[in-house]
Design a protein around this ligand. Structure first.
Ligand code: NDP
Length: 326
């Protein structure tokens, strides 16, 4: 038990990713953050960061034991959806085996684990937003490995929270927003899929939602670890931005924001197309809507509408785009 609920010892795995990098700042007020990354230099010295390649499974266990955290937050993942179809073994290690090992270590230590999963565990059928207890049925290897990771976390018996998120973007890293801006800088016309629905969600909001849940959980148990609270109300939660859109409409909104922020664009026309007109190695779900009701009921967590979230994020995106940041 920590003496002060705000003095957690937080081990972040995968600090260079979209969510990982936002977690560094969002979780800092909750205690001491120990960051790890495959390539620590990529955190650009924001936080001292230890080297950890999670495919070294013994190193994963050794790091957790050495750091002895009160909370582990696993932001590392294999997220290349199409490449996962052929690199399935590597995706399985990172997305399925590693979360199980972290959960096993968390159980042994009595610490809490936060892990992230995806809308891609569902097959995209139907029209209503997916609820946490709906039956998953992934369409591709990425979704299957993430679903296996969820199962491994649950099976290990640690106090955990799994946050399923969707359509993540940030000023840093690879994502749809930056891809659209790069393409629109050179082309006058783009064709964008209009029959996949979901809620774009900035990584910063995933990180602040994580901080909110950890803070509430620590406070709920006075001077306790969030593990105590997770044993009572842990489990799986959907954390999407409010509202819904499709990739075509999202692209149009990105270009509208870009014009407001004077990002130079050549784009004149954005044509809606069907998924069938844009074949990819991995099949994508048509309905990626996630129902965030459970996170609201348990933690009072409600993210803003996706358009407002994009507008709030855009100054940083525009700055990184102009500066050519990664
Ligand atoms: P990113 O792809 O931006 O980041 C993944 C992180 O995992 C990077 O820090 C990467 O390190 C790290 N990583 C990959 N392989 C290894 C390894 N062998 N050893 C150590 N670290 C490694 O992912 P996001 O931040 O977008 O995703 C966060 C979570 O959200 C993940 O669980 C993901 O599955 C989930 N999610 C993401 C969505 C999205 O649209 N991106 C949608 C739905 C869910 P490095 O920088 O060195 O590559």
């Amino acid at each position: 038990m920590s003496a002060n609920p705000m003095s957690q010892r937080i081990l972040i795995i995968g600090s260079t990713g979209q969510v990982g990098r936002e977690l560094l700042a969002a979780l800092a007020p909750l205690g001491s953050v120990i960051a790890t990354a495959r390539a620590p230099e990529l955190t650009r010295g924001v936080t001292p960061c230890r080297a950890l390649d999670v495919t070294d499974l013994e190193a994963v266990r050794a790091t957790v034991r050495e750091v002895s955290p009160t909370v582990i937050v696993n932001a590392a993942a294999y997220t290349a959806v199409d490449r996962a179809e052929t690199e399935t073994e590597l995706a399985t290690i990172i997305n399925a085996i590693v979360p199980g090992i972290l959960a096993d270590e968390a159980r042994q230590l009595g610490c809490a684990l936060v892990h992230y999963s995806t809308d891609y565990v569902f097959d995209g059928s139907g029209t209503r937003p997916w609820r946490e207890n709906d039956t998953p049925h992934p369409l591709g290897a990425y979704g299957r490995t993430k679903l296996a990771g969820e199962a491994a976390v649950r099976a290990a018996g640690a106090a955990h929270v799994i946050l399923r998120v969707s359509w993540i973007y940030a000023a840093h890293g690879q994502n749809f927003v930056k891809t659209m801006l790069k393409l629109a800088a050179d082309r006058t016309e783009l064709r964008v899929v209009a029959d996949q629905c979901g809620a774009p969600t900035p990584a910063s909001l995933v990180a602040s939602a994580t901080a909110h849940i950890l803070k509430q959980s620590a406070l709920q148990h006075g001077a306790g670890s969030p593990a105590d609270a997770f044993r009572e109300r842990g489990g799986t939660y959907h954390v999407p931005c409010a509202g819904e859109t499709n990739w075509h409409e999202f692209a149009e909104e990105i270009f509208r924001q870009a014009r407001i922020h004077n990002v130079p664009l050549k784009i004149e026309r954005v044509l809606p197309i069907a998924t069938a007109d844009y074949p990819t190695p991995a099949q994508r779900p048509h309905n990626s809507r996630l129902d965030g009701t459970r996170a609201f009921e348990q933690f009072g967590l409600r993210l803003p509408d996706w358009r407002a979230a994009l507008a709030a994020e855009f100054p940083a995106i525009a700055a990184s785009f102009r500066g050519g940041a990664a």
